[in-house]
Ligand binder design. Structure first.
Ligand code: FES
Length: 163
């Protein structure tokens, strides 16, 4: 992918224009535009960041700095299933370390890594805002798995591996 080939679809462009309407200045729309770009392209490689900078008429340094700051923006291609395990205190008190260790062992990867077949990637993240159902694991930025145990986490991986 190059900056020339990284282009929003017509639907995404319409969404981008709607985002711009919600903000008093273009720069303020950067976060939702990056989120849109991640949804559109799957992650945020440099050509996509260059495209966003060009589209928004912002310095590339602003765009790359913003994308770098937030872990929710993926700077590496995730696996087919991107697993995010919460590492904050409420989850830790309810067994998140055991869940993470079991996932790591089952998949043979650790934080920031991807399985060699590209099916799974793993990331430790800050609070997923579901502390009352800790420990929590999120799949593909969308699907929460709550009140996890080691057994339930391993069963989830088996289901995803076969999906
Ligand atoms: S501490 Fe894990 S969801 Fe809040």
């Amino acid at each position: 992918m190059t900056a020339e080939t990284a282009r929003f679809s017509e639907a995404a462009l319409a969404e981008y224009r709607a985002i711009l309407q919600r903000y008093p200045e273009r720069r303020a729309a950067l976060l939702p535009t990056l989120w849109l770009a991640q949804r559109e392209f799957g992650w945020l490689p440099l050509p996509v960041l260059e495209y966003v900078a060009e589209l928004m008429e912002l310095p590339l340094a602003w765009v790359t700095a913003t994308a770098s700051f937030y872990t929710m923006y993926w700077k590496q291609a995730p696996g087919r299933w991107h697993l995010q395990v919460c590492r904050n205190l409420p989850c830790a008190l309810r067994g998140a370390d055991d869940v993470r260790a079991a996932v790591e062992q089952r998949l043979g990867i650790r934080h920031g890594e991807k399985t060699t077949d590209g099916r799974f990637s793993l990331e430790e993240v800050e609070c997923l805002a579901s502390c009352d159902t800790a420990p929590v694991l999120q799949v593909n930025n969308a699907e929460y798995h709550e009140n996890l145990t080691v057994e339930r986490a391993l069963a989830l991986i088996e289901r995803l591996a076969n999906g």
